[in-house]
Structures are given as structure tokens and as C-alpha cells.
Design a protein around this ligand. Structure first.
Ligand code: ADP
Ligand code: MG
Length: 363
């Protein structure tokens, strides 16, 4: 486990291109955390910024211990190894199982944490990449599309869940968003006036920038994924989550084809929907909800759905009403377009050199 205290240099990287005028007397702390299979950057401001930044790190590490598929004694690993027996789960996993069940329903099955055995068959869990046979995928998909996990059941004061034999869950599509929701509470408890938290593509723009302007959040250009700071455009955000999913982040190539880590539960294959990334943006909300988790689940699911279905999903107001949490989208398409939903239109600037054309989508 690495804990690097990094200085203003990394902050400058994070805010690249923004030319922030920071007030010189505002304390800040910036730490890099390698966790949940990604590099995270936590920058907090205000008098209690060091304590706040390290409390954010503790929150992430605590969640990783519970939710990792690769740590043997995590709640998730115990559940996955249970062979169908009920397993006691901690509060965080209990909440995530219920949220994931909801997102599975709301996305018509595109978001499905029971995808785990398929993700593993492609080698994404252990970094041992391979293309599974159709017969193997067909067998695994029966588990994925089969009955959902059972629970919560109360047993002697403990909360228990069980999976069907052979089933397993993977919270990779949702855990960082949930961590971001918990981090909001940590920042509030530490009276942090502003913070910029980047959990490997899950950005939390908390408060505003030290100069009073909104935070600038770059949307990576998927076509130039190996270039740092190669953006398709930039969002200006305050008190918001912005979560991006794309096939360019984690993939392998075989026989001249690229296979990435976001799996369409309908086919067992990496999603091939014509989108190269999806960013979901939502405000922090009134508290009590899980907007960060929602953005994470929906960025994964809408990437699988593709442009048309994703925009229909955005237009469907029942989604908003049920969750009490409006959201907006930035879609980058494989054919060179950036689509921005109307609520973000005046907060998004296309990167001129990117070569994309911009379309604003209305309701
Ligand atoms: P990242 O974790 O790279 O930010 P995502 O949030 O889109 O990207 O999550 C991708 C991860 O989610 C995969 O690595 C896998 O663990 C898991 N996953 C893959 N396909 C699905 C799916 N259809 N539903 C839910 N989770 C998925
Ligand atoms: Mg996600």
C-alpha cells in the first residue's frame, strides 16, 4: 500500500489548464492513494485539510477491505466463496447490494453485479486476459441472468445474504462511486470548505475553487487515452459528482481486436454500443441519497446501452423522481461526436483541438 504525500505539483496536474488563482493563505493537503485497482488523488482545503485528506483515505481503505474481490477475507470474497450459504455482511455491503438491485432494475438489466464470473472469465479480475469460448460464456450467463441474491435476512442480529451456488458478485462498477458518497460525509464532518477528489475517473468537485470559480473537470478524449490531459472537453462544476466509464481504461488486445472490461450482460462480451465514453454528472443532493453511487452505476450501464437508449433513459423523468436526484450526461461517440444534455450545455466547453463536433441534447 502506497501513501504518497504529494504537493502542489500534482494539484497543478489535476487542475491542468485551469490557471487557478489560489488564495495563498488557504491551507491544502494533496495525497495520492493507490486503492481499488486505481490511482486516486485527494485534495482538501481549509484548516483541517490534512486530517480530512487522511480520513478520506481511511474511508477508501476500509471500503476496499470489505468490498474487494481479490482480498480473501473481504465481505464480498466470503459471499462469493459461500457456495450458496447465507453470509453475514457489514452495513456497507448491505447498502450496496440493495442499491445494485435497484440499478439492475432501473437499467433494464444492463447494470448487473452478478456479472462477476464473466468478468473473471475474460481475465479482468486477475489480469490474466483471454477470450472465453461462446460455450463457456453461455454457461456463465445462466448464472448472471439467473435469480438474484437473496436477502437481507436477519439472523441473531446479523444481516445475511446468500447467492445461488456458482454465482459471484463484482462491485467494480459501483464501489468508487459509493466511496465518493461516503467521502462527502467525511468532508462535511471536517468542515472542509472545498475539495477535489479523483477516484480513478470518479470525480467529486466539492465546493468551489479557491478563487471562487467552479472546478474544471476534464473529460478524457477516449481516442487519446494514453495521453494525459488530452481532453474531449472540460466541465465546470461545483458540488457535483462526475463519473466516466469507457472502454479505453482497461482492456487487452488479441488477434487485432480490443476487449475491454465493461461487459454487456446480454451477450457476455465487452459492450460494443458505438459509445467510447459516458460521463454522468449529478449534484451532491440533500444528503441521505447516494448520487455518487448512482453516477457510477449509470455511467457503466449507459455505456452498455448506447446513445439512443442512454438518452431515452436520461429523458425518462421517473428515474429522477424515484431517486430524487437529477443527472446529466456527456456522451463521446466512436464516430467523433460529443453529446451533452441540456442541463450541462453552459458548463461544458469542447476542446477545440480534439476534432469532435458538439451536439446539445434537449428533452
Ligand atoms: P471503472 O471501474 O474503470 O471506473 P466502471 O465504473 O464502468 O469503470 O466499472 C467497470 C467495472 O464494473 C468492471 O471492471 C467490472 O468489475 C464491473 N462490471 C463490468 N460489467 C458490468 C456490468 N454490466 N454491470 C455491473 N458491473 C460491471
Ligand atoms: Mg461505474
Amino acid at each position: 500500500m502506497k501513501r504518497l504525500t504529494v504537493s502542489v505539483l500534482l494539484l497543478a496536474l489535476l487542475l491542468s489548464g485551469c490557471g487557478a488563482q489560489m488564495s495563498p493563505d488557504e491551507a491544502q493537503e494533496s495525497i495520492q492513494v493507490i486503492a481499488m485497482d486505481t490511482a486516486m488523488l485527494i485534495t482538501t482545503y481549509g484548516e483541517r485539510s490534512p486530517a480530512a485528506a487522511y480520513a478520506c483515505e481511511d474511508t477508501i481503505r476500509d471500503l476496499e477491505k470489505q468490498l474487494s474481490r481479490t482480498l480473501e477475507d473481504s465481505d464480498v470474497s466470503r459471499l462469493n466463496a459461500s457456495g450458496g450459504e447465507p453470509v453475514e455482511v457489514g452495513e456497507d455491503l448491505g447498502v450496496l447490494l440493495e442499491l445494485a438491485r435497484y440499478y439492475h432494475g432501473s437499467t433494464g438489466g444492463a447494470f448487473n453485479i452478478a456479472i462477476a464470473p464473466v468478468v473473471s472469465a475474460w481475465g479482468f479480475t486477475e489480469d490474466s486476459f483471454r477470450v472465453p469460448s461462446q460455450a463457456e460464456l453461455d454457461g456463465l450467463l445462466e448464472l448472471v441472468q439467473g435469480p438474484s441474491y437473496i436477502g437481507p435476512r436477519s439472523s441473531g442480529g446479523a444481516i445475511c445474504y446468500s447467492l445461488a451456488p456458482g454465482q459471484a458478485i463484482d462491485l467494480g462498477g459501483i464501489a468508487k462511486g459509493y466511496a465518493a458518497d461516503k467521502i462527502v460525509k467525511v468532508l462535511q464532518e471536517h468542515d472542509v470548505p472545498r475539495a477535489n477528489i479523483n477516484l480513478g475517473g470518479n470525480v467529486l468537485a466539492y465546493g468551489d475553487r479557491p478563487d471562487g470559480a467552479p472546478w474544471r473537470v476534464g473529460i478524457q478524449d477516449p481516442a487519446r487515452a494514453d495521453e494525459q490531459n488530452a481532453f474531449a472537453g472540460v466541465l465546470e462544476l461545483t458540488d457535483s459528482f462526475a463519473v466516466t466509464s469507457g472502454g479505453y481504461q482497461r482492456y487487452f488486445e488479441e488477434g487485432g481486436k480490443r476487449y475491454h472490461h465493461i461487459i454487456d450482460p446480454a451477450t457476455g462480451y465487452p459492450a460494443d454500443s458505438g459509445l467510447s465514453s459516458v460521463t454522468v454528472v449529478a449534484g451532491l443532493g440533500e444528503g441521505g441519497g447516494f448520487p455518487g453511487t448512482m453516477c457510477d452505476a449509470y455511467s457503466t450501464a449507459l455505456f452498455i446501452m448506447g446513445e439512443e437508449q442512454a438518452l431515452d433513459f436520461w429523458r425518462d423523468e421517473t428515474q429522477w423522481e424515484e431517486q430524487g436526484c437529477p443527472f446529466e450526461l456527456v456522451l463521446v461517440t466512436e464516430d467523433g461526436r460529443v453529446m451533452v444534455t441540456e442541463g450541462l450545455a453552459d458548463r461544458f466547453t469542447l476542446e477545440e483541438t480534439s476534432g469532435y463536433t458538439l451536439e446539445v441534447v434537449s428533452r
